[in-house]
Design a protein. Structure first.
Lengths: 266, 634
């Protein structure tokens, strides 16, 4: 029955469409500038998914438009179609092939996740404090240096952000780093990133936190280690008492990082 | 006047609501006076003198309106009023405004009510897009903006997509399975009347001090536990919408399981019936979780129970687990009935049996089972136990498989058929396949943890959810409304206007929601009244397309109203469909069937010589020799 269909031609059109769509879509840098070691890995995953998705989308379109072209009823034709109830081989195929595709995607994602959260030696720990509607940051060292609204980190060194929300949930996102993590009142959450491109970026709150949510931003500066040290040394204020307390009081139940996978309490 | 007070109806309903509210208010004030507390507690999360009346007034209205009359009489041992069917069926338009137990009347009540909320929610969307057309704040301030998108989402989800499917199924499903009505007609009517009350609570929250609820439809704690009074309106509205949903689902389950016509085995049920069976299984088990979550937030707010108050030992993240344990299955509650509609429309208009009927039914059940194991994919960046992310990712990706089976089976149904595209319903069904595929693809991407980390809580999410819920669910709703409009109203709609509506909606949907993917990936967060100027041009385009999309819905409204009143009379079976609802007149007689039909074959046996789905009364002579082939055999 289905042997009557020009399967080879349909597949060729599908592949051609896929090639054109993926070529156009992969050439566009959707996620914007890449400024961390995680960014190219995530963007590669996205590109692979764009190719696979283009294939699925092309296949659906080719199947649909071929059917509409070939099997559209002539005006006045009131007869019925052929009484085909199914085809076991086809049904098995469109169950198994998508399963394989999504499991491949799942495995690949798992690997990327593993890579981008791998802990490196000698990371810099920065405490992130969020409250309606401002960000501030604590740096280790003598006392605890405090910066309001401006985050500086050295280039090419892994940074571990320990996040503490003071009132409601906020979310820490630097698009160029491709890293996002909620700051949750009562617990410490962690995000790991290795910035690899100097420059100025924006930290954006991405969890609705009230009327000031849209303007809850901070400046992010990635600079050379020397400049960074100089900047930290120049910080005048220390982390205020209530914020410092939240570091101690927040329970750290959900660590992130490859070494710690599965080690946290539920 | 006295008669009006004695008789169940609007007068008694309003009096009941006022009495209940007064009683609640008095109770709170009296108890506070006895306890030596200040009479009014008006810190923003408090207001017990508002909350208690808000709980009681809807119940008072329902009692006055007559929702409980029969049960109350029965419960207290009074003679029940003999069932004279005075509450059954509609003889004039006025009967649609009464407590009516006819599933066809209730179906229409549902559909009209939910479309009213669709247009209210749509107007809010227009305001949101007007504000977002340019960077900066022009039309509404940030707090109002938060209220607007929260209310928009809540109305669209709880008062349009979920209940409109219940409305369509209410009308069609009993007819389809050859039943005279739903299993519990009074419960059915009660389910409907809770719905507008929930809507009034949601919209009424704009009157509350501090404005309408503004923590998003997700109402994450602790933003919601500390929000102004409007949030309590949301907590309570969800209870009424949820109770309505649960009662309807129970009703569908019992109806489908026990009231099928003789001969209608499970494997002879139309896929719309399968779809509503699956949906109801989701609703009865999942919806109590959102009801619970909102009660916990309400208790935190009013009774200081500290479920989610971190400072008092509560656990913030557990709100999200409970909420999404409902709200992910809810995505399928908003999609599976639509899958059923698409199966009916595509099979009928391509004159072919559904391809792989059994696998189609099993795919629905597969989605039901899997959908309970994917909720935490909404929480990949929420700071939950990090190892949980990978298993949730895998189940999320796997749920694409049964969904894919459905897409390919619809496409397979078209092959070697005779595809008719004169009906707007079929146009929406075909467009749904492509549009929903996009929503499915972005869903698979979102299921992948590393991609989700980047695009979570950005406009990519807004694009995805609207492709799934507008390009998906709403397209299926339009398909369903156009498909059964002749059956429900006894009139034909105008196909020309239908086509205008279809093409406008298709172009508007793609124009509005496709660019949202791009601005999201490029760094624009969602739920913001203001954004970086670099996204200005894209947002202007999105807003223009959104206004166009909104305007196209007026064509639909006009077509429906005018056709309902003046359209040409509809024949019993304008689409030459096989299922039972098309074998009775349009609209069907008050008790559906003079004689319960006998089902002798599958519902989609197009092109099978001599095959018949059901034998209607008076058709006995036409019984074909032997049983026609069983559906789904290969």
């Amino acid at each position: 029955m289905y042997g009557r269909l020009p399967i080879v031609k349909m597949m060729l059109v599908t592949v051609a469409l896929t090639a054109v769509m993926s070529a156009v879509m992969v050439s566009i840098n959707w996620d914007g500038q890449e400024a961390s070691t995680a960014a190219p890995k995530i963007d590669d995953l996205l590109n692979v998914m764009i190719v696979l998705s283009s294939f699925v989308f092309s296949l659906v379109c080719v199947m649909l438009f071929y059917a509409l072209w070939k099997f559209k009823a002539k005006p006045g034709d009131e007869s019925d179609g052929e009484p085909i109830h199914g085809n076991t081989r086809l049904e098995v195929a469109w169950t198994l092939i998508p399963t394989i595709i999504v499991l491949f995607g799942g495995g690949y994602s798992w690997k990327v996740l593993h890579d981008i959260e791998k802990l490196e030696k000698n990371p810099l720990t920065v405490d992130v404090f969020s409250q309606q509607y401002a960000w501030s940051f604590g740096y280790p060292g003598k006392g605890m240096a405090w910066s309001q609204g401006e985050l500086h980190v050295p280039v090419n060194r892994q940074v571990q952000f320990k996040m503490h929300a003071q009132d409601v949930i906020h979310s820490f996102w630097v698009p160029e780093w491709r890293i996002k993590k909620d700051n949750v009142p009562g617990i410490t959450t962690t995000a790991i990133v290795t910035p690899d491109r100097k420059g100025t970026y924006q930290l954006i709150c991405t969890e609705l936190c009230g009327f000031g949510h849209a303007s809850m931003r901070a400046k992010v500066v990635v600079e050379s280690p020397a400049k960074f040290q100089e900047w930290v040394a120049g910080l005048k204020e220390e982390v205020p008492q209530p914020l410092a307390e939240s570091i101690v009081q927040d329970t750290e139940t959900n660590p992130v990082g490859t070494e710690e996978l599965g080690a946290g309490g539920a | 006047m006295v008669a009006a007070i004695k008789r169940p109806g609007w007068t008694r309903g309003v009096i009941g609501a006022l009495l209940a509210a007064a009683f609640g208010f008095g109770l709170v004030i009296a108890l506070r006076a006895i306890s030596g507390l200040p009479l009014y507690q008006t810190e923003q999360t408090g207001y017990p003198h508002v909350i208690v009346p808000l709980i009681l007034a809807p119940l008072g209205f329902l009692a006055g309106f007559g929702a409980f009359d029969y049960w109350l009489r029965w419960a207290i041992g009074a003679p029940t009023i003999p069932d004279d069917h005075s509450q059954h069926g509609a003889k004039s338009w006025k009967d649609y405004f009464r407590f009516n137990t006819d599933h066809k009347v209730i179906g229409i009540q549902y559909i009209v009510t939910t479309f009213i909320f669709f247009f209210i929610g749509g107007l809010m969307a227009m305001l949101i897009r007007a504000e977002l057309a340019q960077p900066g704040t022009q039309i509404v301030d940030a707090a109002t903006f938060n209220s607007l998108f929260s209310t928009h989402a809540v109305l669209m989800i709880f008062l349009f997509v979920i209940p409109v499917f219940a409305g369509i199924a209410n009308y069609v499903l009993p007819l389809m399975i050859g039943a005279p009505d739903m299993a519990f007609p009074r419960l059915n009517a009660l389910s409907f009347w809770m719905l507008p009350l929930a809507g009034l609570l949601f919209i009424g929250s704009f009157l509350a001090p501090g404005g309408a609820f503004d923590a998003g439809w997700t109402g994450y704690a602790p933003l919601s536990t500390g929000a102004p009074l409007g949030q309590s309106f949301f907590n309570l509205g969800v209870q009424f919408a949820g109770a309505s949903s649960i009662a309807t689902a129970l009703n569908f389950l019992v109806t489908i399981i026990t009231m099928r016509a003789p001969g209608m085995t499970f494997w002879r049920m139309p896929l719309l019936v399968w779809a509503n069976l699956s949906t109801s299984l989701l609703v009865v088990a999942a919806t109590p979780f959102i009801a619970g979550a909102q009660f916990m937030v309400l208790f935190d707010r009013v009774l200081h129970t500290n479920f989610f108050q971190f400072a008092a030992g509560g656990d913030v993240i557990s709100y999200q687990h409970i909420f999404w344990f409902y709200s992910h299955p809810a995505v399928y509650i908003m999609m599976l009935p639509g899958f059923g509609i698409i199966s009916e429309v595509i099979s009928t208009h391509s004159r072919k049996p559904i391809f792989g009927y059994r696998l189609m039914a099993l795919a629905l059940i597969g989605i039901v089972v899997l959908s309970y194991s994917v909720w935490a994919h909404h929480m990949f960046v929420a700071g939950m136990f990090s190892w949980l992310r990978v298993p949730m990712m895998l189940t999320t990706l796997l749920i694409a498989v049964p969904t894919g089976i459905k897409i390919f089976s619809w496409l397979g149904t078209l092959y070697f058929g005779k595809i008719h595209t004169y009906s707007t319903a079929m146009l929406f069904a075909l467009a749904f396949i492509v549009t929903f595929t996009i929503g499915g693809i972005s869903g698979v991407m979102l299921g992948m943890v590393p991609i989700d980390i980047h695009v979570s809580d950005t406009y990519f999410i807004v694009a995805h959810i609207h492709f799934v819920l507008f390009g998906g669910s709403v397209f299926t709703i339009f398909a369903g409304i156009y498909h059964w409009f002749p059956k429900m109203t006894g009139r034909m709609y105008d196909e020309k206007l239908g086509r205008v509506h279809f093409w406008g909606t298709l172009i508007g949907t793609w124009g509005t929601f496709i660019p949202m993917h791009w601005v999201g990936m490029d760094g624009m967060p969602r739920r913001v009244a203001d954004y970086a100027t670099q996204f200005g041009e894209w947002n202007l385009l999105i807003s223009c397309c959104a206004f166009f999309l909104g305007a196209c819905q007026l064509v639909f409204l006009y077509n429906m109203i005018v056709s309902w009143r003046f359209g040409p009379k509809a024949p019993a079976n304008p689409w030459r469909a096989n299922s039972i609802e098309w074998q009775v007149s349009s609209p069907p007689p008050i008790f559906n069937f003079d004689e319960i039909p006998r089902v002798v074959g599958g519902p989609y046996e197009f092109g099978v010589p001599g095959a018949k789905h059901a034998i209607m009364a008076g058709e006995g002579a036409e019984v074909p020799a032997g049983e026609p082939s069983v559906v789904g055999s290969h």
